[in-house]
Design a protein around this ligand. Structure first.
Ligand code: MG
Length: 343
């Protein structure tokens, strides 16, 4: 039966303005791809993101370009479809991610299975998801923690008073902290902060240095007393090899690496190298988060709070109960869209 690919852009309003070291977002634009045989539909998502050059125009162009390839393909394995589509989307892995997620969802629903059943026997020992506290006044950051009791917080830093922020937030909660500096620190600052933050029950530091500061990373990897996880330095599959020896772990984002197919290969490669494996999200809806949650059984850490930061979601699927992943009962990635629109 012939497949049909459609896609729709949505505006996701955020509950609070979301600020990291580079920018602030109030409304997150995102695209949802649907692959259907007329009976069963699969969904995938990719966000608009200026840092990664993902725009509405580019996503539209990329998805439209490969639409005929997908619509003319036979029922093949998702990793085979990825191999066919990826060469056409070398410049746009965000689009590749949305398509790959949608096809995995479709494929597993077609087989009447949950997606994660292809690699995980049971929903046991799942990592707790962190909840992100974005950069704000210290009072507002404390307020957000009080409003959202959670076992693990990811604190965004890269301000003039990073130490003071963590010291004061520590007075607000005993929960675990993870720090994400989004490339804002120097090597010496990172090594110094790691000692202080270790005392403040910080679990790890994510991407302290600029993505191309290899000399600094090597020094930090040797001298930091906390594990250092790559994010901006680990975007595509090949980056796992270059992170070896420079980081203690990697944060895989499905949009950056081109979807679930490539994430599975990165997990395998990272494990072989003895790296800790984390996966993270963009500020995205429950569609993308439900896809991400399917790889949770393979991870050490997960940051899947994207949809929790929204004022309004577009789908139901995976949910989180004080950090614990609660999967939907449905097959595939388990999502149901609230409004079914296509263009
Ligand atoms: Mg990060």
């Amino acid at each position: 039966m012939a497949l049909k690919l459609t896609f729709q852009f949505y505006d996701l309003p955020l509950a609070h303005p979301f600020t990291i070291s580079r920018y602030t977002v109030n409304v997150q634009k995102t695209v949802v791809v649907c692959i259907s045989d007329g009976e069963i539909s699969g969904y995938g998502e990719a966000t608009v993101n200026p840092y990664y050059h993902s725009t509405v125009e580019r996503l539209t162009e990329s998805i439209s370009k490969v639409k005929p390839i997908i619509e003319n393909s036979e029922m093949i394995h998702p990793s085979d479809l990825w191999q066919i589509v990826a060469p056409h989307l070398q410049e746009d892995y965000f689009a590749l991610c949305a398509i790959d997620e949608a096809y995995w969802d479709f494929y597993s629903r077609r087989h009447k299975r949950t997606l994660r059943s292809f690699w995980a026997a049971a929903d046991e020992n799942l990592p707790l998801t962190s909840y992100t506290i974005a950069i704000d006044s210290i009072e507002m950051m404390q307020q957000k923690i009080i409003e959202k009791p959670w076992p693990v917080y990811k604190i965004k830093l890269g301000t003039q008073n990073d130490l003071q922020i963590v010291e004061l937030l520590r007075k607000t909660t005993d929960s675990v902290f993870r720090i994400d500096a989004n490339c804002a620190w120097t090597a010496d600052e990172t090594i110094e902060y790691s000692k202080i933050f270790k005392q403040l029950n910080v679990e790890f530091i994510e991407q302290p240095l600029k993505a191309n500061d290899f000399e600094g990373m090597k020094k930090v990897c040797e001298h930091s007393v906390l594990p250092i996880i790559a994010d901006e330095s680990c975007q595509r599959e090949d980056d796992v090899n270059s992170c070896d020896g420079l980081f203690h772990g990697i944060n895989i984002k499905l949009t950056k690496c081109g979807g679930i197919t490539s994430a599975l290969r990165m997990i395998e490669n990272g494990r072989d190298k003895g790296l800790k494996i984390m996966a993270g999200c963009m500020t995205e809806s429950t569609v993308g988060i439900s896809a991400l949650a399917q790889i949770a059984p393979l991870l050490d850490y997960i940051d899947a709070d994207g949809a929790l930061l929204l004022k309004q979601d577009i789908a139901k699927g995976v949910s989180f109960d004080f950090g614990k992943i609660r999967y939907s009962e449905n097959f595939g990635i388990g999502v149901e869209l609230y409004t079914e629109k296509s263009i």
